[in-house]
Design a protein around this ligand. Structure first.
Ligand code: GUN
Length: 291
């Protein structure tokens, strides 16, 4: 029986961070300052706090400046918008990231719209999503760009391949579909209302699963030889005696591994790519601002 390859996102991300660190050193030598990333964290959600801490550490590790702005969950919309304005005008800041989700009383779209698109290293501003859609250079959302890098590393030219993206979020699904379209894939976007998802998925040479439902995509849905990118990070109760929870993806990897070409594991696949691409986007933004 053939066994599919596990794509090592951790190793790829580490190589990407090394490249970014070289670019950062060259930028600092030419400009006399380091690129800077500002991260805004509202409230104390434990998962968000862990992400923000990791981002800060890795930002420093590639030689950039890291600025963290922690604000209470009770912050008002106007006060948050004032902070964004301050960062827009701060010459040391090349990238601004507001950790999502925000508390319910805040208007997420208005906050994203307030970020200078040139500093929008998440690629969430409509200027950047519009630029991506029409094929202009843009800051591109980190997770889907990381997925595309892994796919191109694995498959080379993606032209003409059938790609199915499951999930239509602004953060992953929609930009992922745009990126695959730009690579000349035939793209299908599937979602919670898609009829007969199994047969839609079965046409795909490339499956990107970003739905946030543990092991929803069954192994038998996936065509032999397909390449699978699993964006899901789902915590599920354990089935063993110790009772510890486990992290699983959106794909039933143990069922799919026997017949796929390659698949990203969870954890260790897409997850490590997001921060590495964020650092790359910050360097890109810094270089563009420096002219
Ligand atoms: N929350 C989960 N993923 C992300 C991300 O990529 N960017 C931001 N800003 N918040 C997130």
């Amino acid at each position: 029986m053939t066994i599919g390859k596990l794509i090592d996102g951790k190793a790829f991300a580490s190589g990407l961070r090394e490249q970014v660190a070289e670019g950062v050193a060259a930028f600092a030598a030419a400009q006399g300052r380091k690129p800077g990333l500002a991260v805004v964290l509202v409230g104390e959600d434990p998962a968000s706090s862990v992400y923000v801490r990791n981002k800060g550490k890795m930002t420093l590790a590639v030689g950039m400046e890291s600025f963290e702005y922690k604000r209470p969950a009770t912050i008002g919309q106007d006060e948050l918008l004032e902070l964004i304005e301050e960062l827009n005008g701060d010459p040391r800041v090349d990238g601004i990231l507001v950790q999502l989700p925000l508390p319910k009383h805040l208007d997420e779209q208005a906050v994203i719209a307030a970020i200078n698109p040139e500093k929008d290293v998440d690629g969430f501003h409509v200027v950047n999503s519009g630029r991506l859609a029409v094929g202009l250079p843009a800051l591109v959302p980190c997770t889907p760009l990381g997925c595309l890098m892994l796919l191109k590393d694995e498959l080379g030219d993606l032209s003409g391949l059938e790609a199915v993206v499951i999930g239509r979020s602004n953060i992953v699904g929609k930009p992922m579909a745009q990126l695959l379209l730009a690579e000349n894939c035939t793209v299908t976007m599937a979602h919670s209302r898609t009829r007969d998802l199994a047969s839609v998925v079965h046409r795909a040479d490339i499956v990107v699963a970003a739905v946030g439902r543990p092991e929803m995509v069954k192994g038998e849905w996936i065509r032999p030889g397909a390449t699978v990118i699993d964006v899901g990070i789902n915590r599920v109760p354990s089935t063993d005696e110790e009772g510890k929870s486990r992290i699983v993806g959106d794909v039933a990897t143990s069922e799919a591994i026997s017949h796929v070409n390659a698949i990203t594991p969870v954890p260790g696949g897409v997850g490590p790519m997001t921060i590495a691409v964020l650092l790359r986007n910050t360097l890109v933004a810094a270089c563009a601002r420096a002219g």
